[in-house]
Ligand binder design. Structure first.
Ligand code: ZN
Length: 147
């Protein structure tokens, strides 16, 4: 294993043990649940969209190290991003984990998942949270009321 592989492995382990943004978002206006029966990964994505930008995002769920780390790194990456930017990132991420292209610079930390392309059965673990996010974006906005 190269130095870079070690580093990537370390980041994935760190995020799977201490997932970031791992909570319910009380003022989320979009939400969706995802399930990957191949591995048993479950994830719920909470999204607060304002004028086409991600104001806040979080997730809950249980699954393997890859799916948890992917959700953690995705939520970290997408805060403040526009829907257009998310679409591009998802395309790049999908190409990366399926081995269609190497990491582009805009992927940032998400590049740690490049090794997944060598394990086709793991691709769904890495992309589950992204598909769930797409469903959350398309879901009808829930009216959040504090009254
Ligand atoms: Zn999994």
């Amino acid at each position: 294993m190269s130095y870079l592989d070690d580093l990537y492995q370390e980041i994935i382990l760190d995020h799977s043990k201490k997932p970031r943004n791992f909570k319910e978002l009380s003022d989320a206006n979009h939400k969706a649940d995802g399930y990957n029966p191949l591995c048993g990964d479950k994830v719920s994505v909470y999204l607060k969209l304002e004028d086409g930008f991600v104001e806040d995002i979080s997730f809950m769920g249980s699954g393997c190290a890859i799916s948890t780390a992917s959700a953690s790194l995705m939520t970290q990456t997408l805060k403040g991003k526009s829907l257009g930017e998310i679409e591009t990132l998802f395309k790049n991420f999908h190409n990366l984990v399926t081995g269609k292209s190497s990491a582009s610079t805009e992927l940032g930390k998400l590049a740690v998942f490049h090794g997944v392309s060598q394990f086709p059965v793991r691709v769904k673990c890495a992309t589950l949270v992204w598909h769930t996010l797409q469903a959350a974006i398309k879901s009808k906005p829930e009216t959040v009321s504090t009254e």
